[in-house]
Design a binder for this molecule. Sequence first.
Ligand SMILES: Nc1ncnc2c1ncn2[C@@H]1O[C@H](COP(=O)(O)OP(=O)(O)OP(=O)(O)O)[C@@H](O)[C@H]1O
Ligand SMILES: [Mg+2]
Length: 544
Amino acid sequence: MAGGQPVFIVDPRKEQTKGKDTLSMNIAAAKAVASIVKSTLGPRGMDKMLVNPLGDITITNDGATILKDMDIEHPAAKMVVEVARSLEDSAGDGTTSSVVFTGALLEKAEYLIEKGVHPTIVVKGYRLAAANAVEVLENMAVSVAEEDREMLEKAAKTAITGKATQKYSTLVAKLATDAILTVQERGIADIKRILISKEVGGRIEDSEFVEGVAIDKVALDRNFPLKVESANIALIDTPMEVGKTANKAKLQVTSIEQMDLFVKEEEKGLFDMADYVIKSGANAVFCGKGMDDKIADYLQSRGIYAARRVQAEALQKISNATGARIVRNIKELEAKDLGHAGLLEQDRDGDQGKTYLRDCAAAKAVSIIIRGGTEHVVDNVGRALDDALWVVKSVFEDGKVVAGGGASEIEVALALRAYASGISGREQLAIQAFADAIEEVPRTIARNGGMDAIDSILNLRAKHAEDKNAGFNVFTGDIENMLEKGVIDPLRVKVNTIKSASEAAEMVLRVDSMLKAQSQSIQDVKLEHRADSYDAMAPGPTMF
Ligand SMILES: Nc1ncnc2c1ncn2[C@@H]1O[C@H](COP(=O)(O)OP(=O)(O)OP(=O)(O)O)[C@@H](O)[C@H]1O
Ligand SMILES: [Mg+2]
């Protein structure tokens, strides 16, 4: 016995919340995240202006970007953000929908828990509902043939409608489709092979797709070959010049002959370097560091292309695409270290410009060069392109799409309500709640489009009796067949949205106590779940 003294098993200075308090705090935090991004959802969503501590401005309605830049502190809100971000990494789109859906799932769960349904029952019902919802989506999905460019472009356009660069959605969708169809191999498209470079200055319309690698470098001057057919490429990541000594050193030269000898020796060292390149059989050299003019002249006189101070990233790109090995000790350069490209071509504008490597031997690589008047424009096109690439990849790889504009969510909600009626026990309530929650996505799309949220959902539900692909045309306020309108989402995005949102909601619902270290960093916050502590919360029989 402790003799009436309180027993502290946890540092009493730690802030501790339990049971219902923890839950309602966490739900409130997750709902707050949802309410921030809600207004950006859908083609007529608003933008957010994000300003970082340095005063840099980003204007976007991309959920992932907003959440990343918001520096969210609350642990439960952080969990929601993490799950949404993992969605961005696996499907590249759908983050805003997933966060809005998570918020709605938690709001409905809170209501049920207040009425006496235990959180574990809610979690169980949500899991049943999520599995069922995925089946519904799979059944309503439409197949897309691999070579069906039109459908791929439509999916890409749907993903970027409403992003700041909507005016250029046709162009961006085409760039993304070209890139994915070119890099794909046996039905899989590796986005890492698509190299995106951004150029401020110029018009968006001049953005281009290049088969091969495009790097922001040209040869030292215009006397180097502008074109090298069947290029054998050497990549050298060491200075091709006379090195400075690390410590200050003095060299005393006492006669002109000695001076001559010294200069000759130095030159010999330089020519030796050039000879290693020539001997290897290379007819193009990219050097990551400086290159002495004497070496450059020597190479040029032999018709060899040479570029210096090429960024490490570009060297790596060339290496991946052409199979060249990046050599650090030039003496070791051999023919087997060289990479190959069918054609090397310079596009010079004075001393600036680009070098293109086409028909690369090692891997199919493509480049997209985004051009635009200001950094903001270029960044925005870049974000839209990123979404489009992911969407085209998903549709190409899976060959499945669902109708957009709220059609798939309404179809899932209707199917879940029918499914719930066959489930006995309180899980039924949770499944119904799940159905209500998923409708929050089309409701928000409609509301953001200036439509009446209640009427439009009711009308859409009714319309689904005859057309399961009916959705909102937010530009006219009508309900139309979304497949015919070309508003389509990848099945993968919609499935992952449901999975990630129910996962996030489950994580929040399972936490029943929180221990927070005082005045320490956020890492010290610990979330726990204990199976029994909700029992105290349930106020006996429920009203259902
Ligand atoms: N023209 C359109 N008419 C109606 N709905 C559309 C149209 N274009 C897209 N949508 C719908 O908008 C939703 C996507 O909106 P949005 O891109 O803003 O959010 P997200 O994809 O969930 O998140 P994020 O793109 O920020 O990661 C999808 O449900 C899609 O079907
Ligand atoms: Mg999107």
